[in-house]
Structure formats: structure tokens, C-alpha cells
Design a protein around this ligand. Structure first.
Ligand code: NDP
Length: 303
């Protein structure tokens, strides 16, 4: 068992073999405040890709590879057992970074996106939040595409996704209704905007931001656990084929680490953050939404 003491934080970062997650691990290793006291669990669904990432980091003794496919219940259960056996069964921070964009417009790709970006995070948190120590926190990596997408949906959907009384069951139902309408080409009928670029991805992040608020209500109080969602900003990674003009993944890592390291009393439990600022659940900036739609359409056309 890796030796831990009271001061050591144990931090899990999912999907950390590349992109923004990898940069988060790199920065946590370099951070003078956390230094080698933190134990970092570098999550990777593929062992080889995880080992390569570890090597690239110089295999520091406080960084351990954890095989974890966040879309698989079996993989989450196995990883939970590994944390119990090797790391004392405790975590202090869970960074749900793993995520995908649909590879095409098929229903299979739309479902896979919900399974990874929404259902996977929900399932992982249900397994791992019970291992969090007092004042532990969860950071769900969402996207500003969520609030911009919600801006374009019907008032009814806006109210449902942002309701203070929304439950996980109701949220699952919203996602399932979206998927059935997507399959039958009927999303407009239930209040979604069919021509919105990255629609299925946007819905997965709308759901993740809503889930974060539900989880914050569920786990606050007795367990003293804090849960946030965060956008890393538009970063050049494999997710967007290293889009021209996007910022470096290291800046995305900074946006995530802000909610990892800022004292909980300075943040709003359940809140959504970007670059250290709290962001609304529905983007109200019409010009920003239009800019997103135009640039995304151009990006998709150029692919
Ligand atoms: P990358 O594609 O570079 O990296 C994604 C990571 O997630 C990879 O390590 C990938 O593993 C992993 N992953 C995907 N599916 C699973 C799974 N089922 N189980 C475990 N790991 C998985 O993307 P980014 O670094 O850009 O994205 C990181 C997060 O940031 C995502 O949640 C994304 O939605 C979000 N985000 C990104 C933005 C950007 O502009 N890049 C903007 C806003 C949000 P593998 O190598 O095996 O595929």
C-alpha cells in the first residue's frame, strides 16, 4: 500500500493520459504548494497510453497509474477496489476530466457521448464520493458550450435543467428524451435546436452542470463535501483536432486547478466556473452564442 499521511491529498484525475487532464497532473506535480505531498492517481482507460504518460512525466514516485474507463461500471468498480486496497480507501479530490465529442451525427455517437460525459461521471461519483474525506471536493469538467446550448433551447427546457428541485431521475429522463428525439429526428419538437453545432455534446455538458448542482445539494451538510463544475476554455487538444487559435491545454488546466485549490468558502457549492469566475448556467450573451455558432459551423465545414 502506498504510504499516506494526514496532510497528503489523494487526487484522482480521469482521462489524464493526454490533453487537459495530463496538463493538470503536470501542474500538480510542479505546484510548490502541493509538491510531492499529494498522491496523484493518473486515470487512463488504456494501460499503455497511461504508462507512456507516466514516462513523459518522468515517473515521479507520487504519481500512480489507475486504469479507469469512466463509461464502464465494471471498470469503475475495479478502480474503486484498487483505491481501497492500495491507497487507504481515501480520496480528497476527484477531477472528472475524461470526455469525448461525438465522432459523427449518428444516434450511437450521441448516446456514447451521454454515456461518457454525463452517465459516466454520475456513476463514478456514486462509487467514489463515499471515499472522500471531510472537505473533499469533486470537480466535474464541463464546457461553456453547455450554457450556450441552453440559451438556444426552449424556456421549458431551460426551466427544467436549472430547476432547484431537479432530481437525478428527472435529469436522466431529460437526457433519455433527448436521445429518443435525436434518434427519430424530432429534437425541435421537444425544445432543442437541431442545427446547433455539437448539439449532443452540448446536451451532455448541460446535463453535467445540472448534475453538479444536484450532487452539491445531495452531499452538502452532513458530509461536508463540495462539488463544482468547470470549463477549461477552448484549448487545442485532440478533442478538437488541435484547433487553430485555441489556447494551450495548460491554460485549461489552470482553470480546473482554480476550483481544486481555492478554499471552499470562497466558491459556491454546485457552481460552474471558468478561469476563476463563476459563470451562469444559461449564457445570456447573445453575441457570444452567435460567435460560437458561426465559428463552430466553419470549423465543422473545414473538417
Ligand atoms: P482529449 O481528447 O485531449 O482528452 C480526453 C481524455 O479523456 C483522454 O485521456 C481520453 O482517453 C479520455 N477519455 C475519453 N473517454 C474516456 C473513457 N470512457 N474513460 C476514460 N477516459 C476517457 O480532450 P481534452 O483534454 O480537450 O478534454 C478534457 C475535458 O475537457 C473533456 O471533458 C472535454 O469535454 C472538456 N473540454 C475541453 C475543451 C477543449 O477545448 N479542449 C473545451 C471545454 C471542455 P484516450 O486517450 O484513451 O482516448
Amino acid at each position: 500500500m502506498a504510504s499516506t499521511n494526514q496532510q497528503q491529498r489523494i487526487i484522482l484525475i480521469t482521462g489524464a493520459n493526454k490533453g487537459i487532464g495530463f496538463e493538470v497532473v503536470k501542474k500538480l506535480i510542479e505546484q510548490p504548494s502541493s509538491n510531492s505531498k499529494d498522491i496523484l492517481l493518473l486515470g487512463s482507460r488504456d494501460i499503455k497510453r497511461g504508462e507512456d504518460a507516466l514516462k513523459q512525466l518522468g515517473s515521479p514516485p507520487n504519481v500512480h497509474l489507475l486504469q479507469l474507463d469512466t463509461s464502464s461500471k465494471e471498470s469503475i468498480a475495479t478502480a474503486t477496489n484498487e483505491i481501497k486496497q492500495k491507497y487507504g480507501g481515501h480520496l480528497d479530490v476527484i477531477i472528472n476530466n475524461a470526455g469525448i465529442v461525438p465522432r459523427d451525427n449518428t444516434i450511437q455517437a450521441a448516446r456514447e457521448t451521454q454515456v461518457t460525459n454525463y452517465y459516466g461521471v454520475k456513476m463514478l461519483n456514486e462509487h467514489l464520493i463515499p471515499l472522500l474525506r471531510e472537505h473533499g471536493r469533486v470537480v466535474n469538467v464541463a464546457s461553456s458550450i453547455g450554457p450556450m446550448a441552453l440559451h438556444c433551447f426552449s424556456k421549458d427546457l431551460q426551466e427544467k435543467y436549472t430547476s432547484e428541485t431537479l432530481t437525478k431521475g428527472q435529469l436522466d429522463l431529460l437526457v433519455e428524451e433527448f436521445l429518443s428525439a435525436y434518434e427519430s429526428n424530432n429534437v425541435e419538437k421537444i425544445g432543442y435546436r437541431p442545427d446547433l453545432p455539437y448539439l449532443a455534446y452540448g446536451v451532455s455538458k448541460v446535463a453535467l452542470i445540472a448534475l453538479t448542482r444536484i450532487e452539491a445539494r445531495q452531499y452538502s451538510g452532513a458530509q461536508n463535501i463540495f462539488i463544482y463544475s468547470v470549463c477549461p476554455g477552448y484549448c487545442a487538444t485532440d478533442l478538437n483536432n488541435k484547433a487553430a487559435g485555441a489556447r494551450p491545454a495548460a491554460l485549461g488546466a489552470d482553470s480546473i486547478l482554480y476550483v481544486v485549490d481555492t478554499p471552499n468558502h470562497e466558491l459556491e457549492n454546485g457552481g460552474f466556473y471558468l478561469d476563476g469566475k463563476k459563470e451562469p448556467q444559461i449564457c445570456m450573451d447573445e453575441a457570444k452564442v452567435q460567435f460560437f455558432i458561426q465559428t463552430s459551423k466553419k470549423h465543422l465545414e473545414s473538417k
